[in-house]
Design a protein around this ligand. Structure first.
Ligand SMILES: Nc1ncnc2c1ncn2[C@@H]1O[C@H](COP(=O)(O)OP(=O)(O)O)[C@@H](O)[C@H]1O
Ligand SMILES: [Mg+2]
Length: 299
């Protein structure tokens, strides 16, 4: 009887490859990269980017925490097919500890569902802040990356996460209104909150020229009117199988590991692993939590 390739052999090879990549892209232990994924306009693919980026980072051996701060419809929990019973509201009410709210996603990804508790971030009393900081301290060193799925736009709690994060990833599509709104968001963050460094991901492109064109347009107006720098992080192709993936509540990178879109997410993940943070003073997770909670000792 002919023997087919044993899946374990295949798996071992993949693991070896991942391990080698992990060694090549290792960040300092205990050093956590905090990325907010944001956009001017809704529906451009933030949640899709967060879920698939988390997945590919996890495939590279990184420990990832997703802070689900998006109150939109297709949330991270829906995308991963999870039904979290609790969210930050239960923590703020004093019913549960932070660890009890965490939900397990695929590949060891952890998800902290914020629910409508996200809006409370801007006005917590000092006791709630201390409790939150204690809970967060207990998680220190557990994650290589924190990805924050924010809402679209410029509401208070959105800018709050963006200014506290170490790196901001602005997602847009090549659609003119999405580009205009991305520009408006960067303008507000730079003029009102002194954010000077942005990373750009262009989603749902037909070809790479589309993405570079968006980057050129944004850079041109930004250079002219704003004192900011935009780092082109990469592009993600439009893929009709995304719809099916969401319906099946699995990430597309898991369902179609060798498709173009998965390759694009892998490139994005590798770039993130390889790039040192631009914003050195914000380069630490304690800074992020403290800034988020508006507690002194920044910088
Ligand atoms: N690269 C892509 N190709 C095809 N469809 C996409 C892609 N990215 C996102 N989508 C679809 O666009 C819609 C909005 O995406 P979503 O991630 O929910 O956006 P946001 O979080 O910015 O509101 C979803 O139906 C999603 O399936
Ligand atoms: Mg979303």
């Amino acid at each position: 009887m002919a023997k087919t390739i044993h899946p374990a052999t295949d798996q071992a090879q993949t693991l070896r490859q991942l391990h080698a990549e992990r060694a090549a892209t290792a960040v300092d232990e205990g050093n956590t990269g905090v990325y907010s994924i944001t956009s001017g306009k809704g529906g451009v693919g933030k949640t899709a980017v967060v879920a698939n980026l988390a997945y590919t980072l996890a495939m590279l051996g990184k420990r990832v925490l997703i802070l689900d701060a998006d109150l939109g419809l297709a949330n991270i929990d829906v995308v991963f097919g999870l039904a979290p019973a609790y969210n930050l509201n239960h923590f703020f009410a004093g019913d549960l500890e932070l660890q009890q709210i965490l939900v397990d996603g695929p590949m060891g990804i952890k998800i902290l569902p914020a629910g409508s508790g996200v809006q409370k971030f801007t006005h917590l009393d000092s006791q709630q802040k201390m409790r939150l900081l204690d809970g967060l301290d207990a998680m220190h060193g557990h994650f290589d990356y924190v990805l924050i799925d924010t809402e679209a736009g410029i509401a208070d709690n959105v800018t709050y996460f963006n200014t506290a994060a170490q790196e901001i990833i602005v997602v847009t599509t090549p659609e003119p209104t999405a580009i205009t709104d991305a520009y408006a968001l960067m303008k507000l963050l730079s003029t009102a909150f002194h954010e000077k460094n942005f990373n750009l991901v262009v989603n749902q492109i037909q070809n790479e020229d589309d993405a570079l064109d968006v980057f050129r347009k944004l850079t041109m107006v930004a250079n002219r009117y704003l004192d900011i720098s935009i780092n082109y992080l990469g592009s993600i192709p439009e893929d009709r199988q995304m719809f099916d993936a969401i319906r099946r509540q699995r990430v597309i990178c898991e369902l179609h590991p060798s498709s173009k879109i998965t390759l694009a997410f892998q490139n994005l993940a590798r770039r993130i692993c390889a790039e040192p943070s631009q914003a050195a003073p914000k380069g630490n997770i304690q800074f992020f939590w403290k800034k988020l909670l508006n507690i002194g000792g920044q910088g």
